[in-house]
Design a protein. Structure first.
Length: 126
């Protein structure tokens, strides 16, 4: 599994973490083919270019699929969210009525600090 909700703590992801601390979602974009991708990586998954940049995303997206973990205490929801910019992120849905979640629901990013200095981009209903 290379796709996950947490962004590794390493020098390559420092721009992401710095922006997240200010509530901004940065997503890598390829300068060669112009496509955004997620999870952050050193090489564009579409054209193999290494000419990448971090761009601020709108933070808006919609639920592509989700699963509510009801046996967990407290229950939580894992989802794939498709960003308006195109990439799909594995994430958690928070601040939501899990019984009311649906595919295609509009959501917005909210950062949850999973460990000190390691903000995870989660989503809540828009
Ligand atoms: Zn590319």
């Amino acid at each position: 599994m290379t796709d996950h909700a947490f962004v590794a703590h390493n020098p390559e992801t420092k721009p992401f973490r710095d922006a997240a601390a200010q509530g901004k979602l940065l997503v890598p974009r390829c300068r060669h083919c112009g496509r955004h991708h997620w999870y952050p990586r050193a090489i564009c998954p579409f054209c193999m270019s290494t000419d990448l940049e971090w761009l601020e995303a709108s933070g808006k997206g919609e639920i592509y699929s989700f699963s509510v973990m009801r046996v967990a205490k407290p229950p939580y929801a894992i989802a794939y969210v498709t960003l308006d910019e195109g990439p799909r992120m594995m994430t958690n849905i928070v601040d939501a009525d899990f019984d009311a979640l649906r595919i295609g629901q509009k959501v917005v990013v909210t950062f949850v600090e999973s460990e000190p200095g390691l903000p995870a981009p989660f989503f809540r209903p828009a």
